[in-house]
Design a protein around this ligand. Structure first.
Ligand code: NAI
Length: 468
């Protein structure tokens, strides 16, 4: 679906007209283009508060990119920035400097109390205006819920408000700002998440908080085909977000089993044929669906590595007017089916070691939505399910959710024009996301190096004004 306004304001005349009329002027986002594209290019500046544990690991990740790396110098609160490694050049932030930055990264894991927050100001005040179009801000902190000292918890919690506000200030550049909460000892597990948040793959992910936990091992992977040898089940794969997930996981090396309603077989077959995958006709809300899926997997493979519960439906009506079959169907497809499928695959030991389960929630499940009590309940239930399951999964398996905001698909095309236009503009990037934005976030969860990323709900919404 095309956003004509976005195209218009990106013409010279449109830009001037939007400025004159005080209308939003969204920047066309830069997305991932080719397999050998570096995750970050240009100038990257790294800063660290005293005692930062992540900064040297950030240096190692950046060393694998062609970016020119600088570290903040000449400011008392930022002396530990030099720990990013000797390949980084010092940049005196207390003087005038010419450089502009594709990314600004800050290791705040060393913050001990709220006085230490001054380091964040010192670093970003001097540099934020130098962030390029499509730039990235990434802050690494500790999980405040795991800080015993109240002053330390306060300092780390403060970063959430800080990052969400920065995201709002840089959105008009098509830039993003995100926060990673790192568990003690989890530094080695940071790599796949840093690469994702710095790269064009996270173009529509902004103002988000992701948790990275400690992992037993770091699994080496081919950066061009990190999912080589993996088998992925993608439900609702015949179109929209599901088709894009199937394409993105295949790009990363996985073999995809696409599943969709028997009525969507022609569309599904054309998606899976183009990807060298397999097509499975199945209504996931049928009682026998979990068994049917398990049989299909067993027939063609020795198990499945990635399970992506993408299929979803809306059945909108205000609560008093909602017929019971609208309620039942929305809960069955969007929520209950996922539980039953996982139960069957785990029970039959078909979900392999280091497997990944990804569920699709929605902004509606976080903020609620008029006329969507059924859908919002189901999508909120998805979050509860993921958070509870994350504590139970074993054998290196992780489970996470994405919560898309307004994504340009057939589902949103059916919205009334005013609602559609509001959905597109009411976020920090002033535009709708594309199916690939959701797919890229799922690919990050599925990456073998993301084994410390568990129990997250990351919104793919351009920092929608709706919800928290
Ligand atoms: P879509 O309507 O374009 O595609 C959904 C797919 O699921 C279709 O191919 C459909 O045939 C399949 N499906 C529906 N019921 C099924 C069943 N019982 N068994 C098997 N397949 C079934 O939807 P879209 O926009 O691609 O959404 C994908 C997911 O993202 C859904 O879970 C949706 O709720 C969620 N989402 C989408 C947003 C958006 O802005 N498009 C926003 C938030 C969440």
């Amino acid at each position: 679906m095309s956003d004509n306004y976005l195209r218009f304001v990106n013409t010279p005349f449109g830009k001037t007209a939007a400025q004159y009329l005080g209308l939003p002027a969204p920047v066309k986002l830069k997305r991932w283009k080719r397999g050998d594209q570096p995750f970050v290019e240009g100038n990257v500046l790294v800063g660290a508060a005293a005692g930062g544990k992540a900064v040297s690991h950030l240096g190692q990740t950046l060393a694998a990119s062609p970016a020119r790396v600088f570290h903040a110098s000449n400011i008392a609160t930022l002396t530990d920035s030099a720990k990013v490694g000797n390949k980084a050049a010092p940049l005196a932030l207390d003087t005038e400097f010419e450089e502009r930055f594709s990314a600004l990264m800050f290791d705040a894991t060393g913050l001990k109390d709220t006085n230490d927050l001054r380091a964040i100001y010192d670093f970003f005040h001097a540099t934020i205006k130098k962030l390029e179009l499509h730039g990235r801000v990434l802050v690494i902190a500790q999980d405040p819920s795991r800080c015993r000292a109240p002053a330390k918890a306060a300092a780390h919690q403060a970063l959430e408000g800080f990052v969400r506000s920065v995201a709002k200030e840089v959105g008009n550049k098509g830039a993003t700002a995100n926060l990673v909460l790192l568990a003690a000892g989890g530094e080695k597990a940071l790599d796949s998440s840093v690469r994702f948040f710095l790269s064009p793959r996270s173009a529509f992910v902004s103002g988000q908080v992701a948790k990275v936990g400690k992992t037993a091992e770091v699994i080496p992977t081919d950066p061009a085909k990190p999912l080589a040898g993996k088998v992925a089940l993608v439900t609702g794969a015949s179109r929209g977000i599901g088709a894009s997930i199937a394409q993105t996981l295949t790009r990363d090396g996985a073999t995809v089993i696409g599943l969709d309603m028997p009525s969507a077989m022609e569309e599904l077959q054309s998606v899976t044929d183009a990807l060298g995958g397999k097509a499975l006709a199945c209504d996931i809300a049928d009682d026998n669906a979990p068994g049917q899926i398990a049989d299909f997997i067993r027939q063609h493979f020795d198990g499945v590595d990635l399970v992506i519960h993408n299929a979803g439906i809306t059945r909108d009506k205000t609560l008093g007017k909602m017929p019971e079959h609208f309620w039942d169907k929305a809960i069955a497809v969007n929520l209950t089916a996922e539980e039953h499928i996982d139960e069957e695959l785990i029970g039959q030991e078909l979900l392999k070691e280091n497997g990944r389960i990804v569920c699709i929630s929605s902004i509606s499940g976080i903020a609620g939505n008029f006329g969507q009590t059924n859908y919002s309940a189901a999508k909120s239930g998805v979050i509860g399910y993921v958070e509870a399951m994350a504590k139970q999964v074993k054998n290196g398996v992780t489970i996470n959710a994405v919560a898309p905001g307004f994504i340009e698909t057939r589902m949103t095309m059916d919205l009334p024009v005013r609602v559609r236009e509001a959905g597109r503009r009411m976020n920090s990037l002033s535009q709708g996301g594309l199916p690939v934005d959701v797919a890229e976030t799922i690919a990050w969860y599925c990456h073998p190096g993301s084994n410390g990323v568990n129990g997250n709900v990351v919104r793919v919404c351009g920092q929608s004004l709706i919800g928290k």
